[in-house]
Design a protein around this ligand. Structure first.
Ligand code: AMP
Length: 356
């Protein structure tokens, strides 16, 4: 597909996308947009962040939502605040030139009264993290009775984060006659179960390009003794002075320790983990996004859903416990259309190797 023209999107949406500089649809957009525009379908899309999945569901959703009807027609549930904010901002960018839409983001760690005020003013689309949405539902602030479309974004991650019960509650609060669009980077049993319970004959798009991002990534690893890992990291960063990367650690303590060492040694680094306040996290992310910070040292959960373009390296200080996390970590780099990235794992040298 050469352009967005043949996908069934309105001229205004095609023009808005063009203005944003998107020239041709990504593979998932090419597949998902015509299916979702049919209106009455459930969809399971296997896709990582970075494949253009926000536009893949966002563009059809904008076309299907009626901005002259003030009820809440669509609900998008995403695992983190960062991802929710990102989705809202993408939807606003696609639609603001020709639609009068209220898109309200609700997430924990920020004033609930402000979010309540915005919801009460009328939200055509709500983008929410599960926990805060449940809170809003129990306060009877959010009315999901007219919802026509529910998008579950990064479903596997929401389940990994322990949101299964919340997702169940949210889905059973929405009307029976609705469509569910579920996106997930991986398809563990729990995600399949959600699809089985809440979706009717969903269309499935398993992207042949599921690992497309990975094809553009050069996976490398270095064998070092545990005690030499930090030195190896420094050596590597010195060797790549233009690095703009995320360094993943398994624990908050490691994250903080490595960031502190790097800062002390004169590198542009900071840490991102769950013990920071929302303001601290915002500050770190702002600095990273505007590239005044070169190295973001993060835990898997905190770095979830981060959409920062131009990340050149993903470094694993420790390998993740779960294979899925490796996929998610990799998805931070090799964003749509970009090439040549490096991924470096610092692996513990086994006894056999260290003596040979
Ligand atoms: P996502 O997978 O939705 O997080 O998108 C990843 C990045 O690719 C975002 O920064 C989008 O703005 C960008 N993007 C999405 N679709 C396209 C497209 N068709 N052409 C160029 N960039 C795109």
């Amino acid at each position: 597909m050469e352009s967005f023209d043949g996908l069934g999107l309105s001229g205004q949406l095609v023009e808005a996308i063009r203005q944003m500089g998107f020239e041709s649809p990504t593979p998932i957009q090419e597949k998902a947009i015509p299916i979702l525009l049919k209106g009455n379908v459930d969809l399971v899309g296997l896709a990582q962040t970075g494949t253009g999945k926000t536009a893949a569901f966002g563009l059809p959703l904008l076309q299907l939502v009626d901005d002259t009807n003030r009820t809440t027609q669509a609900l998008i549930v995403a695992p983190t605040r960062e991802l929710s904010v990102q989705i809202t901002s993408d939807l606003e960018r696609f639609s603001s030139s020709f639609m009068k839409l209220n898109i309200v983001t609700i997430y924990g760690g920020a004033s609930i009264s402000e979010q309540i005020r915005k919801v009460r003013r009328g939200a055509h689309i709500i983008v929410a993290t599960p926990g805060r949405l449940i809170d809003m539902l129990s306060r009877k602030v959010v009315d999901l009775s007219s919802i026509k479309y529910v998008v579950l974004d990064e479903a596997d991650e929401m389940l990994n984060m322990g949101f299964k019960e919340d997702i169940d509650e949210i889905l059973s609060t929405t009307p029976k006659e609705k469509n569910v669009w579920l996106f997930s980077a991986t398809m563990p049993r729990e995600v399949r179960e959600i699809a089985k319970t809440y979706m009717r004959n969903p269309e499935e798009i398993t992207m042949g390009e599921r690992n497309q991002g990975n094809e553009n990534i050069d996976h490398q690893f270095i064998m070092v003794d545990e005690r030499d890992k930090y030195m190896a990291l420094k050596r590597f960063v010195d060797y790549a002075p233009d690095i703009f990367g995320v360094i993943f650690c398994r624990t908050k303590i490691d994250t903080q320790k490595i960031a502190e060492h790097l800062i002390k040694d004169g590198y542009s680094a900071d840490s991102l983990h769950g013990d920071l306040t929302q303001q601290q996290r915002d500050r770190v992310m702002r600095n990273f996004k505007n590239k005044s910070l070169q190295l973001l040292v993060a835990t898997d959960v905190a770095a979830r859903g981060i959409d920062v373009s131009g990340i050149t390296h993903v470094i694993h200080m420790n390998m993740p416990d779960e294979m899925e996390y490796y996929t998610h970590r990799s998805g931070r780099t090799a964003r749509a259309g970009k090439r040549e990235f490096h991924l470096l794992s610092l692996r513990k040298r086994s006894r056999k190797n260290s003596t040979s």
